[in-house]
Write a protein of this length. Sequence first.
Length: 176
Amino acid sequence: MAIPEVRTREVNRLSAGAGAVFLTVEVLAYVVLGVMLAIAVLVGVGGAAVSLWRAILARGETGALVLAVDRLLFVLMVVEVMHTVRVSFRSGRLVCEPFLIVGLIASIRRVLVITLETSQAHEPGKWSLDAQALLGSTMLELTVLGGLILVMVISIYLLRRSDREQAETSSAPGSA
């Protein structure tokens, strides 16, 4: 009977060693990812500042403002991804809400870019058939994005409400 016990101890030791190696690789991946995201944020903020300065010099030209807003919203998305990585690293589990927030920011960013590009594309009162087709497809895309934004906002609300209810239930007297 000593042989199975020795084999079990060897398997447990091997399992513990593999777990330690995987944990080290995971931590290293999080650190590298965090550094790369931080660099992306710094570059994005610098680019947004330059775009905003150009918009100021161009006296509020919409094209320059669109670029500045687009870059700022991109930086917000990257910062939210960094937050997600940090939370995942600390808790050891993946949390849904930050991903929903990134999707929400990306959708809002797309809506802003579409509306500003469409407003610049054609002069008022001069709509050709191609312009009308473009307007129709743009309106369809905006409708889908609006629905997606609504679904994400409702999902975030439901997640927060669920977390709050779980916290209240677990902190209630006699719920040990």
